[in-house]
Design a protein around this ligand. Structure first.
Ligand code: 13P
Ligand code: SF4
Length: 359
């Protein structure tokens, strides 16, 4: 059994031996013991870009979850190797939309709406996938005139989609879809849910006729835990406190908060606050604790009193990082994430549309 100290020594040694041949990316939700080794720390949009900024690195070690590593592999040069330190680091939300169910929904929607553009040249439906989805679904969007979004550019992306389509099929996260569409003035009645187990997604033809955004039934198990009661409690306990939440939270929670945004927006919100301020945050605990430690002159706490880590992000333990880095030093690639050329070609189309649509 190796001590923590030996483990960290191994990581430091491998990192310095590999030098510029290696780049380590870390999501804001990663534990501090891992984040300390990241060359870039960011939200999922920033990390997708970061993968592009180091084309000379032979290996991209992604301390995050599976869909992020797939995105990096899709965008990286062919010669670059993307590594996920623990292959069990998935995302339960991404798993809620599988390719077959989306294809089937698409067939049904095509039957209802047809395929002909309207007088302004807008297609009947544009598929929009949240970054938190498999590469196969990004490829689906690439093939069908669709696009990818993250929580930091969802509104820009929906605007892009409505310039080209009469309505949107949004997956997998119902909450990000609903919160973003609502902020654009679309009413909840115009956002029916699509249940893949039911005919027409469980909707009537009239509902589909009215629909502007068809919402997949997915959700994030971390963010769905936040409630308006927690916000009321925070405001009662800390009069004058500010509340910011991630848009993966349910709509009533986002409505009751002072602000909502991606992990980087949350970080910037805290950075822009003043000493003495109190800020309650509705997102994953590792980010909240890191911000609280970075700004000791402010009161910063998580809205949920029960610690709520993302259990899959947490699966990237320093031990796995040491193991994949040792492999690289020895010339052995461990835990590589490979998106097939065929899937990557189409997924890249949808990702590049997103990168081109200004955030
Ligand atoms: P962002 O970092 O884009 O805000 O995404 C949060 C998240 O849930 C990542 O899985
Ligand atoms: Fe997936 Fe939620 Fe974890 Fe993000 S926080 S990786 S959406 S389960």
């Amino acid at each position: 059994q190796m001590s923590e100290e030996e483990l960290h020594e191994r990581i430091r040694r491998a990192k310095s031996a590999l030098g510029d041949r290696l780049v380590i990316l870390g999501h804001f939700y990663q534990r501090d013991e891992v984040v300390q080794y990241a060359d870039f720390v960011g939200d999922s949009f920033q990390l997708a870009n970061a993968a592009l900024t180091r084309p000379e690195a032979e290996a991209i070690v992604f301390c995050g979850v599976h869909f992020m590593a797939e995105t990096a592999d899709t965008l990286a040069r062919d010669e670059q190797t993307v590594i996920l330190p623990n292959l069990a680091a998935g995302c339960s939300m991404a798993d809620m939309a599988d390719e077959d169910s989306v294809e089937e929904a698409w067939e049904q929607l095509t039957e209802v709406y047809g395929t002909e553009p309207d007088a302004e040249g807008r297609l009947p439906v544009i598929p929009v996938t949240y970054m938190n989805s498999s590469a196969a679904l990004k490829a689906f969007c690439g093939r069908h005139g669709g696009i990818v979004c993250t929580s930091s550019n969802a509104q820009t992306v929906l605007e892009w989609a409505f310039e080209r389509g009469q309505r949107v099929l949004f997956f997998p996260d119902q909450h990000l879809g609903r919160n973003t569409a609502k902020a654009m003035g679309i009413s909840v009645e115009q956002m029916p849910m699509w249940n893949p187990r039911k005919d027409l997604g469980g909707n009537s033809l009239e509902q589909l006729e009215e629909a502007k955004v068809l919402l997949w039934h997915g959700f994030c198990s971390v963010h769905k835990r936040f409630t308006t009661a927690q916000i009321e409690q925070a405001r009662a306990d800390h009069p004058g406190c500010k509340v910011i939440v991630h848009p993966e939270c349910p709509m009533p929670v986002v409505d009751a908060a002072d602000a909502a945004g991606s992990t980087d927006v949350i970080r910037k919100f805290v950075a822009a606050s003043a000493p003495g301020d109190t800020i309650a945050i509705g997102t994953e605990i590792n980010l909240v604790n890191r911000l609280a430690a970075e700004y000791p002159d402010r009161t910063i706490f998580c809205l949920d009193p029960v610690v709520c880590p993302c259990s899959t992000m947490y699966r990237i333990h320093p031990g796995y990082l040491a193991w994949v880095l040792d492999g690289l030093v020895e010339g052995e690639i461990r835990n590589q994430i490979v998106v097939s050329d065929e899937v990557a070609a189409d997924a890249k189309v949808a990702l590049e549309r997103m990168l081109a649509a200004k955030p």
